[in-house]
Design a protein around this ligand. Structure first.
Ligand code: GDP
Ligand code: MG
Length: 287
């Protein structure tokens, strides 16, 4: 599989991030809880070197809570503060703030030792497109948070959002692009809709979804569509098409329509809370 992103966008975004990151104490890495590996760009380790780090497993409302709990443990075992959340929900704000305090404890202690009192923690949110960066920034900012722009000297031209506990959040997130190391990574990104469907065939992606559901979440397809979960994956797609009237001229199976219907419902969580990457699959040296 050979997926081309727009190199112009990528280069510009990376350069911007390299520049912004110099102002930052803490990098808040946003991952998709359903695919914590495929949504993680390994370049972040290089970019965030020497900074406090923290991982947020976002869209946890769509992921299997048991798997998400394991991922949280996995990242924390690697020494990184991790938290699962739905970034649309303002109710997570306190937990995120506390995680920021945990992740920056060392830095703040160091500041104190040097006699730097009340120096704000400056944080940046980073992640791949569509992972929820803007949503999280809006939730953290809330209605009361003051936008403070153009602080002379330190933050020329940058917009900062002042959060509680003396945290300043850069209001422009760091954009990273996913890395397609193998076909599986690309497919996992496609399954959650992080790659436009015209890049990969919707039908192929839907067959991956069917396989995942049959293997890891048996009963979810029969429960929603009333289809048998036996036989070929393509046969199950055809059965879904019949059940949902995805037919051409009233009788021939419209595979593309059925695939799009399944993908749409899967991505909206209508087939349940599903994790695509269980923690067992991960290589423990990846962090
Ligand atoms: N279900 C769910 N959707 C979310 C969550 N966070 C963001 N979204 C949705 O994901 C889409 C992309 O979010 P956005 O903040 O624009 O992503 P960005 O490209 O990283 O800035 C939007 O439709 C959001 O409403 C979440 O935690 N759960
Ligand atoms: Mg955005």
């Amino acid at each position: 599989m050979n997926i081309q992103w727009f190199p112009g966008h990528m280069t510009k975004a990376r350069r911007q991030m390299q520049e912004d990151i110099r102002l930052i104490d803490l990098v808040i890495e946003l991952l998709d809880a359903r695919i914590p590996l495929a949504s993680r760009n390994p370049e972040i380790d290089q970019l965030g070197r020497g900074k406090a780090r923290m991982i947020l497993l976002n869209k946890a409302d769509l992921a299997d809570p048991r798997e998400t709990g394991r991922w949280k443990d996995y990242f924390e075992a690697g020494g990184v503060t991790a938290l699962a959340l739905d970034s649309r929900a303002v109710s997570f704000r306190k937990a995120v703030q506390k995680a920021i305090m945990d992740a920056t404890a060392e830095k703040r202690a160091r500041d104190l030792q040097r006699g730097l009192k009340n120096r704000p923690v400056r944080a940046m949110i980073a992640g791949i497109p569509n992972v929820g960066k803007s949503t999280l920034i809006n939730s953290l900012a809330g209605k009361t948070a003051a936008k403070t722009g153009n602080r002379p000297g330190v933050t020329k031209g940058k917009q900062w959002i002042h959060l509680r506990d003396n945290v300043d959040l850069l209001d422009t997130p760091g954009i990273l692009w996913p890395k397609f190391e193998d076909q599986k990574v690309g497919m996992h990104l496609a399954m959650i809709g992080a790659i436009a469907d015209h890049v990969l065939q919707a039908e192929e992606v839907s067959l991956w979804v069917i396989r995942l559901l049959r293997e890891s979440y048996p009963g979810s397809l029969s429960g929603r569509y009333g289809v048998e979960e036996t036989g070929e994956d393509a046969g199950i797609l055809a059965a879904i098409a019949f059940k949902r009237g995805c037919l051409v001229k009233g009788k021939e199976v419209d595979y593309l329509k059925a695939a799009n219907l399944l993908l749409d419902e899967f991505r909206k969580g209508k087939l349940g809370r599903i994790s695509i990457e269980p923690v067992e699959e991960s290589k423990m040296n990846q962090l």
